[in-house]
Design a protein around this ligand. Structure first.
Ligand code: GAR
Length: 265
């Protein structure tokens, strides 16, 4: 067995996925160890759970940063390496039609928060960063500072729907309201878009007339706790490769997509 990978985690809430990952590391199902758990929210229950296991934690209070910025934008200093134009070009989270003030405020407040995250994470060099119920979109500012080797992304997210259906904040709710007959969860590397990065793994469950949002969530979470550790273990085994694929359709249109290839053990 190779060297254990060092895993950092970001959470916003209950942190049950983070817990499942920590447990999988303890049980040897992931050849790795969780070296920190950070959050944008000081009330995140998952922080206490990590602390109980003596895992270092930190908080970058996004809500406070955004509130302070709104009241006194002139008091804020941007990180030295902040390049607004570069981020604006790469930023695909926001509709380009959205008004420029909104885009600027989003990019600027996030850069301040993300610089603080990066500062906190410096103390814990990691191989892989997992977003385990982290409910903030990360901008190219942050992503570029973590993904420093081209073609080797190292931020993994779990999403409560079968992407590319139902990106956003309420995957299980959206699945239920649409009347889907199957639901699922997806683990993917993140890119500059919203829940649009290369897919590593997916699991599905059936939905019947008897299901409610709550039962759908329960079924989905049970699968998340299996899928996320499995995908992290594939990363630990160095079995994931991101490959740029080119497709030509019947009318000759060419499209490109980065796809994750999983090699045999
Ligand atoms: C999970 O269902 C996860 O898939 C979802 O939040 C929940 C977190 O639960 N993530 C997202 O919606 C990300 N957009 P947890 O804090 O108990 O792991």
């Amino acid at each position: 067995m190779g060297k254990k990978i060092k895993i950092g985690g970001l959470i916003s809430g209950t942190g049950t996925n983070m817990d499942a990952i920590i447990k999988a590391c303890d049980e040897g199902k992931i050849n790795g160890e969780v070296i920190f758990v950070g959050s944008d929210n000081s009330d995140a229950k998952g922080l206490k759970k990590a602390e109980k296991k003596r895992i270092p934690t930190f908080v970058v209070n996004y809500a406070e940063i955004m509130k302070n910025f709104k009241h006194a934008p002139e008091d804020h200093f941007f990180p030295d390496d902040f390049d607004f134009e570069d981020i604006k070009i790469k930023q695909s989270l926001l509709n380009k039609e959205t008004d420029i003030l909104k885009v600027s405020t989003f990019i600027e407040t996030r850069a301040i928060a993300e610089a603080a995250l990066i500062e906190q994470m410096k103390a814990y060099p990691f191989d892989l960063l997992v977003l385990a119920g982290f409910m903030r979109n990360l901008t190219p500012y942050f992503i570029d500072r973590v993904n420093t080797t081209p073609g080797k992304p190292r931020i993994m997210n779990i999403h409560p729907a079968l992407l590319p259906s139902f990106p956003g904040v309420d995957g299980y709710g959206d699945t239920f309201r649409y009347g889907c007959k199957v639901g699922g969860c997806t683990v993917h590397f993140i890119d500059y878009g919203e829940d649009s990065g290369p897919i590593i793994g997916q699991r599905t469950f059936p939905i019947s007339d008897k299901d409610t949002i709550d039962t759908i969530k329960q079924k989905g979470l049970a699968l998340e706790y299996q899928l996320f550790p499995e995908c992290i273990q594939l990363y630990a085994q160095d079995r994931l490769a991101c490959v740029k694929m080119t497709y030509t359709n019947d009318t000759g249109d060419i499209s490109q997509r980065t796809v994750v290839k999983i090699s045999q053990e």
